[in-house]
Design a protein around this ligand. Structure first.
Ligand code: CTP
Ligand code: K
Ligand code: MG
Length: 180
């Protein structure tokens, strides 16, 4: 019961989990804010680039399309009813995750935090909120069917744990500058 709930939550959120990690690998090049400042601090900072955002979104969408092909066998194997992703939903999850992360950087700069500074709580959930909000806006019926209250509860508990584990892992591997 709880196993299928966790499997469904993880599966449904994978297209939102992967973009930020892809952006870390693909990042570099021109910052989205073009170096502009607002009220004495960078608008977003050098950590939010066009390349990272575009590649991250693309990787998330492609992953969702790949999951679509695996949905039937994976559902049968796990005894779960794993959802497929229509293109609008796939895009909303991936791009929404990137937007949530970008919005968090905007808030970090407004609160005097330099690039790379930690903002506990926000760091672990910014992309989830962005992904879910955009998914509910773009494909409301799909989002209501997939993200039931119980699945949402699992997502909100599971995501911070996964975020900490993947970021510490990326830091230890040397691909990320900070372990958050
Ligand atoms: N990245 C990117 N574009 C994005 C998001 C991330 O290029 N939209 C890349 C950047 O190279 C960034 C790295 O991924 O430095 C790590 O992402 P993150 O931790 O979100 O950025 P920080 O550098 O920590 O900057 P901030 O303080 O603004 O979060
Ligand atoms: K971040
Ligand atoms: Mg960071």
């Amino acid at each position: 019961m709880i196993g299928t709930l966790v499997a469904t939550a993880f599966w449904a959120m994978l297209p939102a989990y992967v973009p930020n990690n892809a952006a870390v690998l693909a990042g570099g090049g021109r910052p989205i804010d073009g170096g502009r400042e607002w009220r004495g601090a960078r608008l977003l900072g050098d950590g939010k680039t066009w390349r990272g955002t575009v590649v991250g979104t693309l990787v998330g969408v492609l992953l969702a399309l790949g999951l679509n092909r695996l949905a039937d066998p994976a559902s049968a194997a796990l005894g779960a009813d794993l959802p497929t992703f229509a293109l609008p939903a796939a895009f909303a999850l991936a791009f929404g995750a990137m937007c949530g992360d970008i919005g968090a950087s905007f808030l970090k700069r407004r609160s005097g935090r330099e690039r790379g500074a930690a903002f506990p709580g926000l760091d672990q959930l910014d992309f989830v909120v962005g992904a879910l909000v955009l998914a509910f806006v773009v494909d409301t019926d799909w989002a209501l069917a997939v993200f039931t209250p119980r699945v949402l509860a699992v997502v909100l508990v599971m995501t911070p744990v996964l975020h900490v584990v993947t970021n510490v892992g990326a830091y230890l591997l040397g691909v990320k500058n900070e372990p958050w």
